[in-house]
Design a binder for this molecule. Structure first.
Ligand code: CDP
Length: 204
């Protein structure tokens, strides 16, 4: 039986942490849809055509640490405004969402465009300053030299592009439950999400 959890929100709000924890707790499969756009962005940085890269993407292209850089994130948000790129990635995401045993997908348009019928929709937010600080600590822990102001500027630029684009802009679905993680520990946010999903599973 399928059961779909859609998690959307801006960069570094904590979607991945929640998605992984839910997948682990409930035994669902997990797809970080940002990796699809990152893989296309990386292909473009390597000289490829965005639409052609998106149309020939292979799931094995997603298992690549090089997709985690800020340069690739920026390229991802640039290719993500292209309608043909988004269209090329829809079928893979929808099939993943319907898989037996349940699935959790995180991204920007999962509850609005990819899975409007999702069983649970979460919209995860946090202040831009909090998100930039988290991203800074994440990169710092990996030994990447960067500065807080640059990360905050990058987070704001990406928010503006993701929210302002014509195709599948970042917006909460009307029936999404918002979790603002600004003042929550990761554990507290995870507990809230587990409670919401467990309640929905009980009543579905
Ligand atoms: O991890 P982080 O939140 O920084 O980024 P990501 O989720 O890996 O997404 C990178 C970029 O891909 C975003 O800034 C979006 O522009 C785009 N994206 C999208 O348009 N739709 C999705 N479902 C997922 C990502």
């Amino acid at each position: 039986m399928s059961f779909t959890v859609a998690i959307d929100g801006p960069a570094a709000a904590g979607k991945g942490t929640l998605a992984r924890a839910l997948a682990h707790y409930f035994g669902f499969a997990y797809l970080d849809t940002g990796l699809l756009y990152r893989a296309v962005g990386a292909g473009v940085l390597a000289g490829g055509d965005p639409v052609a890269v998106a149309q020939t993407l292979d799931p094995s292209d997603l298992e690549n640490e090089a997709l985690r850089t800020q340069a690739v994130a920026e390229a991802a948000s640039q290719v993500a405004v292209i309608a043909e790129v988004r269209a090329a990635l829809v079928v893979f995401q929808r099939e993943f969402a319907r898989r037996d045993g349940g699935a959790v997908l995180d991204g920007r348009d999962i509850g609005t465009v990819i899975c409007p019928q999702a069983d649970v929709k979460l919209f995860v937010t946090a202040s831009p300053e909090t998100r930039a600080e988290r991203r800074f600590l994440e990169l710092d822990a990996k030994g990447v030299v960067t500065d807080r102001a640059a990360i905050l500027a990058e987070v704001r630029a990406r928010d503006a592009r993701d929210q302002g684009r014509a195709e599948a802009p970042l917006v909460a679905a009307e029936d999404a439950t918002e979790i603002d993680t600004t003042d929550l520990t990761a554990e507290e946010a995870v507990m809230q999400a587990i409670t919401i999903v467990a309640e929905r599973r009980r009543t579905s």
